[in-house]
Design a binder for this molecule. Structure first.
Ligand code: NAD
Ligand code: ZN
Length: 354
């Protein structure tokens, strides 16, 4: 029997242009997306193969006379492509979409990123709602108003624009395959390490079995607070990149999934934090990541390539490479790091950058 929807927490973000974005997390709350806003006469559901039935059911349940249509996009990052965007524009044209109409994105982070990009640019901006179906999507990609597609490099084209609504329905995340759950847990525990002890304790006690009802709202709250303070990513928002400097390099050099690479990157950043700013939590952080089932050492990798890739990291500025470090759990700080510091971090994850 279907339970009635349970709202756990909600937030609203007002962006500089006056837009208000509502974020809700709960159980059984996806049905809210079947409610179509006034004046909206077309609803275009963007989705991807593993979750297409969820989108189809919502479209079926849509509460008004609005015309609904569902389209499956290529899976994963294959959706974040200019040709796919062109195809989406053509589809919206065929639906005679107007600025009062609504796009609903049902899928992982890649799908919400491309749907957000289409929504931000089609007719110079139409309404969009996200229903993230992965843990990483729920705590990270769907929150914060960054949209993007890949053009040769990852996320090289995009705009900042919040969706009108984000609905995180934890019921949809309960059955996630373990690998996807672990990848999302890397970004969720990252939010814990930089800003929220409740998340740290939950994963420390239960590993991957930590209650989604606890960790997801807390991780979203961290991202919402950070984004509210720094919408256009000029300063504070950088703390969300904890673990991503070494992480991105290892992701590309070793071909690891993003979340796994970020876990390795956090171990490296923890080691550098220990020598640079007296962080005492290195061993505790490593144990928590291990308990979650995330890797804490890199697979064999070309150390020279890792170094080159870090040099290209977008957080490099004229003074050298800047990294997010931890003074303590919950106390991130951005510091310039030297090649010697980096060697310490890489050695901690088994990369000998002699
Ligand atoms: N906009 C941002 O601020 C931001 C932040 C972080 C990541 N991202 C982007 O998010 C993407 C990664 O997101 P992701 O980790 O969700 O990966 P993803 O979107 O590639 O999804 C991973 C896989 O899970 C499948 N999937 C989705 N929901 C499922 C479900 N409920 N059950 C089973 N399988 C399911 C997808 O079809 C895909 O095969 C990247 O493109 C990244 O650049 C964006
Ligand atoms: Zn990340």
């Amino acid at each position: 029997m279907q339970q009635s929807p349970k709202l756990i927490r909600e937030w609203s973000i007002r962006s500089p242009d006056g837009y208000v974005s509502e974020i809700q997390v709960g159980r059984g709350v996806a049905v809210a997306l079947a409610g179509v806003p006034d004046r909206c006469s077309r609803v275009a559901f963007f989705t991807q193969p593993p979750v297409a039935t969820i989108a189809a059911n919502l479209a079926e349940a849509a509460s008004s006379d609005a015309v609904t249509d569902v389209r499956e996009f290529p899976d994963g990052d294959a959706a974040k492509d200019l040709a796919v965007v062109a195809d989406a524009y053509a589809w919206l044209n065929s639906l005679e979409f107007t600025r009062d109409d609504l796009i609903v994105a049902v899928g992982g982070g890649a799908l919400t990123d491309v749907a957000g990009f289409v929504a931000a640019t089609y007719l110079r901006g139409v309404q969009v709602a996200y229903l993230p179906t992965t843990l990483l999507g729920a705590v990270d990609a769907a929150i914060g108003g960054k949209t993007g597609i890949n053009v040769q490099g990852k996320n090289l084209a995009g705009v900042f624009r919040h969706p009108q609504k984000v609905i995180v329905d934890l019921d949809l995340l309960d059955e996630l395959p373990e690998a996807l759950l672990a990848e999302g847990a890397a970004e969720t525990i990252k939010a814990g390490f930089i800003a929220e002890p409740i998340i740290v304790s939950a994963y420390e006690a239960h590993g991957l079995g930590a209650s989604l009802d606890v960790v997801v709202p807390e991780a979203i709250a961290v991202k919402v607070r950070t984004v509210k303070a720094d919408f256009h990513e000029s300063g504070l928002r950088a703390i969300l990149n904890y673990g991503h400097t070494v992480g991105h390099a290892v992701e590309v050099a070793a071909g690891l999934p993003h979340g796994y690479a970020v876990a390795i990157g956090m171990v490296a950043a923890g080691a550098i934090s220990e020598v640079k700013v007296g962080f005492e939590g290195f061993e505790r952080q490593r144990k928590i990541l291990e308990k979650i089932g995330l890797p804490t050492v890199s697979p064999p990798v070309d150390a020279g390539l890792v170094g080159t890739l870090m040099g290209r990291d977008k957080k490099r500025d004229r003074g050298g490479l800047r990294m997010v470090l931890l003074k303590e759990f919950g106390q991130p700080i951005v510091r310039h790091v030297t090649d010697d510091d980096l060697r310490v971090g890489l050695a901690a994850v088994g990369i000998d950058a002699a």
